[in-house]
Ligand binder design. Sequence first.
Ligand code: ATP
Length: 322
Amino acid sequence: MKAQPADPSSGIPKIGPAIRIEGARKLYRGGHLAVSDVSLLVDQGTVHGLLGPNGAGKTTTLKMLLGLVAPTEGTFEILGQPAGPAMSRRLGFLPEQPYFPPLLTASQVMMFYGRLAGMDTAAIRERTSVLLSQVGLEGRGADLVSSFSRGLMQRLGIAQALVSSPELLILDEPASGLDPVGQRDIRNLILAQRELGITVLLSSHQLSEVEAVCDEVTILDSGRVAQRGAIDTLLNITGQNSVTARSSADQLPEKIASIVGDVVVGSGTWVFSIPAHDSRRVVDVLDDDQEWELVSIQPKRESLEDYFSHLVSTRAEGQVSR
Ligand code: ATP
């Protein structure tokens, strides 16, 4: 891996991407083209979301990267090296549906994966105790996997992915099967990994999860990259501001009603969008009106859900970009 010039602001040398995929293609036996052309770049120390509807090719892309599915075409690099068995000790992987032999206990599962990663027994025990507690399985180490619910199995899957303290964590649908508390725990765990400088690539169609933790996203659709970029850039709607105001009135002031779009009202709180260049006028009108109290005005941000459905529907109409 070629080192890049040091970043004067941090003093830490910047190095190449954690993951580089170029021109990935997978034609399954039987002629199904699951991935037609996917390129992906994940910067070190970031959390990157791989998004897409069912069947978009997310899992196949991850499996090609991990060597679990033979690619038809493409270049795959992990931490600057060609992806392959030599790299497997430096990464942790949570599959979409983790499966562990039912007659093993949670601690035995951790021991098995720790040994696979070349760790010694004492190190695995120490790591197991920390990780089981981090994923909410404190005190469950001696329990058989067969007694675990789907959500508990998912938590154990995440603990096993972290056992070797990997530099890169690849999570396929990490929130799948988890209740809201479990989803929050996993979000916090992912953010804690980023704090430690670990790169995380996660695949998901749980958009709120991606929005909460990812620095960047790549959106797949029908085996191709439909969009990529920083989440904030993708979601900011240029030229629109969102206004929050309080009033017991049953309609907006006449002077601004005609320029307002997307009005949502509830319990005296009004949220509406306006063209950004009309912001001054709207502030003045609300200030001058005794019935209205301006709470906030800020650039409008689309929800990832809206963005995603818009993207997929415009592609269905044959448009490539918005
Ligand atoms: P999901 O969100 O539903 O998990 P995904 O984006 O991860 O979907 P993949 O699992 O990569 O998508 O599947 C992409 C396409 O390839 C789908 O149409 C799927 O049916 C097909 N596919 C996946 N595995 C195989 C296989 N082993 N043989 C043939 N086709 C496959």
